[in-house]
Design a protein around this ligand. Structure first.
Ligand code: ATP
Ligand code: MG
Length: 329
C-alpha cells in the first residue's frame, strides 16, 4: 500500500516557502486520497539550541498552521515526532549501519557544520530522517530538490538493512514538484532559499503576517534594474521568484501569471503579487488563529494523533528489533 510521510521542523514560524513547498503539497496529496503521515519534527529541531518553552509553543503553532492549511488529521495522522519513541529507536540501529564519512560528506551537513565542532545530532540528522519515513514503511516522500541526497542515503540504509537482516522496507520514492514550489527564494537575497533561520525577517513572508506586512515585504523585495517583468530564474532570480509566488498563490501557471504582468513595471506587478498572496494566506491565518485560541483542543488532537502513529510505527519497530536480535520495545 502507498504511504506518504512528511514533516516540518518547529524551528520558527512557517513561511510561504514552507507553505507552497511542503504544506500545501501534502494537503493536495491527501485530497487525492494518498494516506498521509505528517508530523512536527521537534527532535530534529534540537540540532540547533532550543528554548524548551519556546519549542513547545512553536510545535503547537506549527500543528495549528498545518490544520489551518487543510491537513485532515482524521484521514491522515498528525502528531509530534517526540511522542513516538520508535523514530529514535530505529534511528539508533540505522546509525549503526551508516558510516561517519558518508554522513559528513552530505552538502547540508557541510554547510551547517561549516568546519566547526558541530553537535553529533547534526551529523545524525539525515539518519533520523531515514528512520522517520522507514518506521511507517513509507513508499513516497514529498521533497525538494535539495533533499534528494538525503533520500539517497535512506535508500542506501534500506539496502544495508536488507543485506544484514532481510527484506522489510519499501525504498521510498521522491515526489518532486514541477511548479517551482520547492525553491522559493529569499526576498532580500534571491540567490538564497527563503528560510526560517535567516536572520533578516524581511527575507520571508510568514503565514502569520497580516496583509499590510505582506504588502510591505513584497514591495521591498530585491529585484533588479530591468523595469519589465519576465521569467528567467537563472538571470533574474528576484523577479522570477515573484512570478513563482504569484502563480502559486493564484493557482495559475507561470505563463498565466506572466500574462497578467504584461505592460506592468516590476513595482506595479508587486501589487498584483501581494494581492494574490494576501488572498491565499488570509483564510489560513484566520483558521490558525482560531485554532490557537483553543490549545486544549490542539493538545488533545495531537495526543490522539500520536496514539494512532504509535499503532503504525510500533509493529514495524518490533519487527526490526526481532530481526536485529533486540528486545521488543
Ligand atoms: P530551517 O531554516 O530551520 O531549515 P526551513 O525554512 O528550511 O527551516 P524546514 O523545516 O527545514 O524549513 O523545511 C520544512 C519543509 O519546507 C521542507 O519540506 C522543505 O523542503 C520546505 N522548504 C523549506 N524552505 C523552502 C523554500 N524556500 N521553498 C520551498 N520549500 C521550502
Ligand atoms: Mg531547512
Amino acid at each position: 500500500p502507498r504511504r506518504v510521510v512528511s514533516a516540518l521542523q518547529p524551528t520558527g514560524a512557517l513561511h510561504v516557502g514552507n507553505y507552497f513547498g511542503a504544506v500545501r503539497r501534502c494537503v493536495r496529496l491527501q485530497r487525492r486520497g494518498e494516506p498521509l503521515v505528517l508530523f512536527v519534527a521537534d527532535l530534529h529541531a534540537h540540532t540547533a539550541p532550543q528554548d524548551p518553552a519556546e519549542l513547545q509553543r512553536r510545535s503547537l503553532e506549527t500543528a495549528a498552521y498545518l490544520l489551518a492549511s487543510g491537513v485532515d488529521a482524521e484521514r491522515g495522522v498528525l502528531f509530534l515526532q517526540s511522542a513516538v519513541p520508535a523514530h529514535a529507536r530505529l534511528c539508533w540501529l540505522l546509525a549503526c549501519l551508516a558510516t561517519q564519512a558518508r554522513l559528513a560528506h552530505l552538502p547540508q551537513y557541510r554547510e551547517r557544520a561549516a568546519g566547526g565542532d558541530a553537535p553529533l545530532g547534526l551529523l545524525l540528522y539525515p539518519v533520523l530522517q531515514a528512520a522517520d519515513v522507514l518506521v511507517y514503511r513509507a513508499t513516497h516522500v514529498p521533497v525538494g530538490a535539495d533533499q534528494l541526497q538525503h533520500l539517497q542515503l535512506t535508500a542506501q540504509l534500506v539496502r544495508t538493512f536488507h543485506h544484514r537482516f532481510g527484506r522489510l522496507f519499501p525504498t521510498p520514492a521522491p515526489l518532486l514538484p514541477d511548479d517551482g514550489s520547492d525553491r522559493i527564494r529569499s526576498l532580500r537575497d534571491p540567490s538564497k532559499k527563503m528560510s526560517k533561520s535567516d536572520s533578516d525577517p524581511k527575507s520571508r513572508i510568514l503565514l502569520s503576517d497580516g496583509d499590510d506586512l505582506i504588502r510591505l515585504k513584497i514591495q521591498k523585495a530585491v529585484t533588479d534594474f530591468t523595469p519589465e517583468v519576465s521569467f528567467d530564474p537563472a538571470a533574474r532570480p528576484g523577479v522570477s521568484n515573484l512570478v513563482t509566488l504569484h502563480s502559486l498563490a493564484a493557482d495559475k501557471l507561470p505563463e498565466e501569471a506572466l500574462e497578467e504582468a504584461r505592460g506592468l513595471s516590476t513595482a506595479q506587478y508587486k501589487r498584483v503579487v501581494a494581492d494574490a498572496l494576501c488572498g491565499a494566506l488570509r483564510p489560513v491565518r484566520e483558521r490558525a488563529q482560531a485554532l490557537l485560541a483553543r490549545p486544549a483542543l490542539l493538545h488533545e488532537l495531537l495526543r490522539h494523533g500520536a496514539a494512532r502513529a504509535r499503532a503504525l510505527a510500533d509493529p514495524v519497530y518490533a519487527e526490526v528489533a526481532a530481526r536485529a536480535g533486540l528486545a521488543p520495545a
